[in-house]
Design a protein around this ligand. Structure first.
Ligand SMILES: NC(=O)C1=CN([C@@H]2O[C@H](COP(=O)(O)OP(=O)(O)OC[C@H]3O[C@@H](n4cnc5c(N)ncnc54)[C@H](O)[C@@H]3O)[C@@H](O)[C@H]2O)C=CC1
Ligand SMILES: CC(=O)[C@](C)(O)C(=O)O
Ligand SMILES: [Mg+2]
Ligand SMILES: [Mg+2]
Length: 347
């Protein structure tokens, strides 16, 4: 563990230097790792593990697009690609990477294969934390832990291929074998995490659901739309409104934030921009704080989890999600964005 100072608070983190890949391979040398589900996290984690030299198999129902993708990605039916049931049977480590709603439906099957000493791995604290709603209560003689990459499975894979790594959190829920922590960390390094920070199942799911509903996705889209609409109402063209709302952020300013922090981005803008942004930061913070408070309260009460379970358990959930995404895609704002993107030089 490396003790690092996060803005004055000391935390233990696990880095690749102190937990090298060779150590991870040694710890998992005799394990068969089964990735159940090949949606977004499944491919990222399974391929990174495979490329890192672990014994990994995939369990995915077929026929399905995800099954075809697993084949296209190099998993071989009957050798490294199986039905979920077969993969569960062969596994010593079960990486449960179905969608959170689907995990409820398959839980009775998973439970059957959770024999003594196996490990159950999640990438979210959802199923276990909201057990009253999911029914996911693992038996006491298996290890249960999570490694949650802080980003899309798509990014996990891309960054791995670039020789970089997405950060992940990890948490131990149950240590039946005495090896839960080393198994968790070895898998965390194996899937290509940049470094790992510790959390609990509850804190992982509360922060994750808040983040994705909040600034990472929900608030981001909402605030962008609000500004775009005001600009349009005041006679600005779509290209101007889009550039001033999205393109300048994604192509320029947010990259500077990622590189060296908010003050660094500010410092690289005009003094006019800095003056205004420093002043307006506070009204925006104060206007949105109550929305974030409400959001967190709903997450904590399990209401956000229930909403996700109820909607994503329906047979036509994909079609409905796709229709809502299409509504965004087809709006003037994001159609303008399509044209703006097509005009990027050297794309
Ligand atoms: N999407 C992401 O990048 C991230 C996801 N996570 C977590 O990772 C886990 C997996 O999430 P995703 O990869 O997004 O899942 P996903 O929504 O892409 O679905 C994964 C798999 O579930 C299968 N599936 C769906 N419904 C099914 C059903 N009724 N029966 C059997 N299989 C079914 C799909 O075929 C797919 O292979 C979740 O716990 C999620 O919260 C964590 C970090 C990021
Ligand atoms: C990518 C990620 O970590 C999210 C947004 O929390 C998710 O996909 O659930
Ligand atoms: Mg997340
Ligand atoms: Mg999430």
């Amino acid at each position: 563990m490396a003790i690092m100072d996060f803005g004055g608070v000391k935390e233990d983190v696990v880095t690749r230097e102190e937990f090298p890949l060779a150590k991870a391979r040694e710890i998992l040398a005799s394990e068969t790792i089964a990735v159940i589900g090949y949606g977004v996290q499944g491919p990222g984690q399974a391929l990174n593990l495979k490329d890192n030299g672990f014994k990994v198999i995939v369990g995915q129902r077929s026929p399905s697009k995800s099954y075809d993708k697993a084949v296209a990605d190099g998993f071989v039916p009957g050798v490294t690609l199986f039905s979920p049931e077969e993969a569960l049977e062969k596994a010593t480590v079960i990486m449960y990477l179905l969608s959170d709603a689907a995990q409820i439906a398959m839980w009775p099957t998973v439970q059957k294969h959770l024999t003594k000493g196996k490990a159950l791995y999640f990438s979210h604290g959802f199923g276990v934390t909201y057990k009253d709603r999911t029914g996911i209560v693992p038996p006491s003689d298996v290890d249960v832990f999570l490694v949650a990459p802080k980003g899309s499975g798509t990014s996990l894979r891309r960054l791995f291929l670039e020789g970089k790594g997405l950060n992940s959190s990890y948490a131990i829920f149950q240590d039946a074998t005495g090896r839960a922590k080393e198994r968790a960390l070895a898998l965390g390094i194996g899937i290509g995490s940049g470094y790992l920070f510790e959390t609990t199942f509850k804190n992982e799911v509360y922060s994750d659901l808040t983040g994705e509903r909040g600034i990472l996705m929900g608030a981001l889209a909402g605030v962008m739309e609000a500004q775009y609409n005001v600009l349009r109402k005041n006679g600005h063209s779509p290209s101007e409104a889009f550039n001033e709302t999205v393109e300048e952020l994604t192509e320029s300013l947010i990259k500077l934030v990622g590189e060296n922090g908010m003050d660094w981005m500010y410092a690289n803008t005009s003094t006019t921009a800095q003056r205004g942004a420093l002043d307006w930061r506070k009204p925006f913070r104060d206007a949105t704080a109550p929305v974030f408070e409400e959001l967190y309260a709903r997450v904590k009460a399990g209401e956000e989890a229930q909403r996700s379970i109820d909607t994503n358990s329906q047979p036509d959930y994909r079609v409905k999600l796709e229709a809502e995404l299409a509504e965004i895609r087809d709006s003037e704002m994001w159609q303008a964005g399509k044209t703006v993107r097509s005009l990027r030089p050297g794309k």
